[in-house]
Design a protein around this ligand. Structure first.
Ligand code: ADP
Ligand code: MG
Length: 238
């Protein structure tokens, strides 16, 4: 049994099956990237891991707890989206602390946690600013801070860098990788960018048409693609 177990998981909307039987055992501390073109089912799978969407059949469990049976507040999963969804009227510190406040963490502990996370993400100088006074990259850091501060079991990312310009995307990619190396949190990360997948992951699931076409290390996927789709999408040499 993996730390995060996806077992025979499927998803249908009415008669439309958007995710076919999927099996992935994610080990604790892994950085799993779900990569594939738009519409292949990446967000659907991620949302099911988060417990935001029901599985149609099969199951998804973290440490043996089925996500659809765990109350949202007890899931201990953090999610970062493409849109940052920060609270515009709160400053950065309040944005980061908000989730802790909701969970009843006392103020001194909240402040300490915010300081630690801000230092980690190098946003200490921004703590008093409102989201409107931040650049896109800074907002994305704050969004990550808000997720990280709760010390989640699993960190889920859905195309977190797609709104950033190319230079910033590369910088943030490096940051996220460093963060993972430092914290060792289990990460499931969705992207349509094969370079991001190859550079960030410990393992990659390449998806197309609602199927995981191949699951493997970046080297396995790149050097030994399972089929024409994987080879073409990942840019493997022919
Ligand atoms: P990706 O994140 O890889 O771009 P999604 O997981 O968002 O893909 O979507 C996979 C497929 O499921 C798409 O064909 C999409 O149109 C469909 N889909 C997603 N959400 C719904 C929904 N609520 N109702 C019907 N179809 C949906
Ligand atoms: Mg998506």
């Amino acid at each position: 049994m993996g730390f995060l177990d996806i077992k025979n998981a499927t998803k249908s909307y009415g008669s439309l099956q958007v995710l076919h039987e999927t099996n992935i055992a994610v080990e604790e501390g892994e950085f799993l990237v779900l990569v594939g073109p738009s519409g292949c089912g990446k967000s659907t799978l991620l949302n099911m891991i988060a417990g935001l969407e029901e599985v149609t059949s099969g199951e998804i469990a973290i440490r043996g707890n089925r996500m659809n049976e765990v109350r949202p507040a007890e899931r201990n999963i953090a999610m970062v989206f493409q849109s940052y969804a920060l609270y515009p009227n709160m400053n950065v510190a309040q944005n980061i602390a908000f989730g802790l406040e909701m969970h009843g963490v006392p103020k001194p502990k909240r402040e300490e946690a915010v300081r630690d996370v801000a230092e980690l993400l190098q946003i200490t100088k921004l703590l008093d600013r409102k989201p409107g006074q931040l650049s896109g990259g800074q907002r994305q850091r704050v969004a990550m801070g808000r997720a990280l501060v709760r010390d989640p079991d699993v960190f889920l990312f859905d195309e977190p860098l797609s709104n950033l310009d190319a230079k910033l995307r590369v910088d943030m990619r490096t940051e996220i990788k460093k963060l993972h190396q430092k914290l060792g949190t289990t990460i499931v990360y969705v992207t349509h960018d094969q370079i991001e997948a190859l550079t960030l992951s410990t393992r990659i699931a390449v998806m197309f048409g609602g199927y995981v076409q191949q699951l493997g290390t970046p080297k396995e996927i790149y050097d030994d693609p399972a089929n024409m789709f994987v080879a073409g999408f990942m840019g493997s040499p022919s």
